[in-house]
Design a protein around this ligand. Sequence first.
Ligand code: SF4
Length: 286
Amino acid sequence: MKIYTAEEAGFCFGVKRALNIIDRLHESNESIEIYGQLIHNNTVLNNLKEKGIDYIDDLRSLNDKKKLILRTHGILKSDEEFLKDKDIFYVDATCPLVKKIHRIIEQINLSKNKILIIGNKDHPEIMAIRSYAKDSLVVNSIEELRFLKHEEPVSVVAQTTLDSGFFKMMIFEIIDRVEHVEIFNTICSATIERQEAVKKLAPKVDFLIVIGGKNSSNTKKLYNISKKINENTFHIENSSELRDPELTTIFQNFNSVGITAGASTPPEEIEDVKVFFRNFKTEKES
Ligand code: SF4
């Protein structure tokens, strides 16, 4: 089996930064807890748990003997205000590119514009972004643009992990419907690089493996982009899923595999998948 890896895959700058913050504190023997899942990857969360670093979903369960870290996706503005009001010390591991969107929103709040957020309204990043906005609407389909009014000015921002092709399509639709539109392309560079890399890889290989959390937004986008180009695309969380007899039977038909991974997928998981395919023999080869 020939193995090709996407030019950009795996941990992004924001995830590496958050993990470095935690490593430094852990090495100085600090007791740590995280507000929310640090990132959407079970292997990383389990590794942290093994080091005694767990996460809480509610600020009422705070342990005052532990140092609090804020997740990469950001937290609600009201939660941050709560921490400040109560004088609770915390270390902010929110990705700076997400924080930048909060600042953009605060600037837009000074104008009369409605804030149009393109993304998944149930994702923690979007919930946090929205909490900064005075007047906002979250949309994730052309259908939902029906709520826009022609004469009401809008400022548009995007979830950092949005599919860039989908963002462009939505912008075309919005400028058709609304008279005054201000656009902030807030899709992060790591997302764009990984999406471009998978677009290049998908047509060149017989099938693709996309590695990453099933609840990881950017991983799901990579999967969807790849699937549109190469229907033999499979999303797995880790290499153990590759041993599924149904999948191994499918792999028998192929000679080349492309591998990519979401921004929260650790390098060892990518390596495990490579090792699996290095050792994988099709019937013709064995
Ligand atoms: S995917 Fe982009 S926005 Fe999200 S943590 Fe990584 S660099 Fe930051």
